[in-house]
Structures are given as structure tokens and as C-alpha cells.
Design a protein around this ligand. Structure first.
Ligand code: SF4
Length: 200
């Protein structure tokens, strides 16, 4: 964050609430700015709000939220430790994929959130967030679970937790990646403790 020009997250939230920069404003119940610790070490970036998020104004609620909370626990983290935001702040109709022009219109908000929070790690969930943050066309299948760098930020891509709902084989990869994230953060031991020796 530029000390001479700090970005006030609450002022930015109000700006997002009033935004009509792309057609998604017409279908939203409300904007979903983001939620969590404004000084978090870890910024988690998802794709876009779904139905529950649009109704409640908070990212990753309902079943998706429970799933994410369980995965965060594997990394030794709680929701209060992180800040979570999406690339898009308004719900695409029928949860369709974000369009390039919508991402372009909404991107300044995520950039300003990132500057304000100034995290050490950015965890990108799924293809859209990963491609946006790493400015790459390489897919999540090749990038997940490895540490990358974007400017001064360490970037750690992970499959979107929703992907595991439709493809159960992704759940093991998701869980492994959250263990690795915890190890990188120092919130999970590098090696599991050796089993206690049994006598006899
Ligand atoms: S998605 Fe982003 S750019 Fe589009 S209206 Fe919502 S806040 Fe504005």
C-alpha cells in the first residue's frame, strides 16, 4: 500500500455498492465486496458470487462456504485469518462464466483491495482467478499446488472448491494443496509427527 495514499477498504466497499460499470449490475440483488481480516497475510480470490452470496452479500456462504472453511482448517487457518474476495463483485446470471469485458470492468476493485490488504500470499481458486492474477493462459491443472510470483506477492493456485462437487477426484488434490499452503505459511508442520514408538 502506498503510505501517502492509503486505500480505505470501507470507502472502496461503498464505491463497489454503487458500481454500474457492467451489465451484471442489472441482475444483482446486491454486490459482494469481500469479507475478512483487512490486514490478512492471505488474500483468497474466487471467481464470482453465486446465488447464496448474491442473497447474503458475503462470499463463500452456504455449502460452498462450509466446504471452504473445512479446507482452510486443513491449512491451519480460519476465516478470520484471511480476506476473501472474488474477481467479479456481482453474480453472473445462472452462474455462467465471467466474460472478459466484465472482468476488465471489475478488475480495478480487486487491484485496489489487494493494495489495501497488502497480503503476503494470494491464493487463487480456479481458472478465472488464477489466469487473472498470474496473467497467464496456462490452466489450473498445470499451475495448482505450486508457488508462483506476481510482483511482490506469492501466488498459490488451487482448484476451485466447487470443482470437487462435480468431480470428486479433485477433492484429494484440493486437500493436498491446502496442506501445502499451511506448510508454506508455517501453520501446518512440514512433516507429520512420527508415530509414537510402541513398547513390547
Ligand atoms: S461486476 Fe463489478 S464492474 Fe460489473 S457492475 Fe458489478 S461491481 Fe461493477
Amino acid at each position: 500500500m502506498d503510505a501517502a495514499n492509503p486505500i480505505d477498504l470501507e470507502a472502496l466497499r461503498a464505491e463497489v455498492q454503487a458500481c454500474r460499470a457492467c451489465p451484471l449490475c442489472d441482475g444483482r440483488i446486491q454486490t459482494v465486496f469481500g469479507d475478512g481480516n483487512p490486514a490478512a497475510r492471505v488474500l483468497v480470490v474466487g471467481e464470482a458470487p453465486g446465488k447464496n452470496e448474491d442473497e447474503q452479500g458475503i462470499p463463500f456462504v452456504g455449502k460452498a462456504g462450509q466446504n471452504l472453511n473445512r479446507l482452510l482448517e486443513i491449512a491451519g487457518l480460519e476465516r478470520e485469518d484471511i480476506f476473501i474476495a472474488n474477481v467479479l463483485k456481482c453474480r453472473p446470471p445462472g452462474n455462467r462464466d465471467p466474460r472478459p469485458e466484465e472482468i476488465q470492468a471489475c478488475a480495478p476493485f480487486l487491484r485496489q483491495q489487494t493494495r489495501s490488504i497488502n497480503p503476503e500470499f494470494i491464493v487463487t481458486l480456479g481458472n478465472f482467478a488464477t489466469k487473472f492474477i498470474l496473467k497467464t493462459e496456462v490452466g489450473i491443472t498445470r499451475l495448482h499446488g505450486k508457488l508462483h510470483q506476481a510482483g511482490r506477492f506469492k501466488v498459490f493456485p488451487i482448484y476451485h472448491p466447487a470443482a470437487a462437487i462435480y468431480d470428486r477426484s479433485k477433492m484429494a488434490a484440493l486437500e493436498d494443496d491446502f496442506v501445502t499452503l499451511g506448510q508454506l505459511l508455517g501453520t501446518v508442520p512440514q512433516n507429520p509427527p512420527a508415530p509414537a514408538a510402541t513398547e513390547g
